[in-house]
Design a protein. Structure first.
Length: 182
């Protein structure tokens, strides 16, 4: 009996003193899936690739307390450049936004305050997958919860500078990694 009371007392003290477990910040999509091949909708149109060049639908939930904006990136770490390849970089997405529709970039239906950064194709919009023939590349789609409403960036910033400022203001992030080969 005494051991039971001690165990109950310990459990009560533990539950009272333990912080509440926060929900995990998550990224989901109706367009792409973890570890799965990207469909032709998300393949670049050009450089020998023939695709729809659409940005995927993305939704996120359970952002950490203090989130004031979001940033989204699409990055290929396997590109034969020595520094990967930035396919998409959007910052200053208001904290009230929790999803983007498929093809939001090309249809220019991003939230008003959002700012698209020039990608490594040299355009200010989403650029789809287009690895060299015979290679499988990973495409990492990441949403970042930021503790600032707007990143302070110069005009026409590099993706490296945007990445630095994003990570300097990051509260949390969530990713989906898809693949593509041709």
């Amino acid at each position: 009996m005494r051991n039971s009371l001690i165990a109950i007392g310990f459990g009560l003290v533990t539950s009272i003193t333990s912080p509440a477990i926060a929900q995990e910040f998550t990224l989901t999509s109706t367009s792409i899936s973890e570890g799965e091949q990207l469909s032709n909708d998300f393949v670049f149109q050009g450089f020998g690739c023939e695709g729809g060049n659409e940005s995927p639908q993305l939704s996120w939930s359970d952002a950490p307390e203090g989130t004031k904006s979001f940033a989204i990136t699409a990055y290929d770490p396997d590109a034969p450049t020595g520094s990967g390849w930035w396919h998409w970089n959007v910052v200053n997405i208001p904290a009230s936004v929790s999803s983007l529709d498929q093809n939001a970039s090309a249809e220019q239906i991003l939230p008003m305050a959002a700012l698209e950064i020039k990608n490594d194709f040299g355009v200010t919009e989403f650029g789809g997958a287009c690895p060299p023939p015979g290679e499988v590349h990973r495409y990492i789609f990441t949403v970042y919860a930021l503790g600032t409403e707007q990143l302070e960036l110069p005009e026409n910033p590099s993706n490296a500078l945007v990445g630095f400022m994003t990570r300097a203001n990051m509260l949390d992030s969530a990713s989906i990694t898809a693949v593509y080969n041709r």
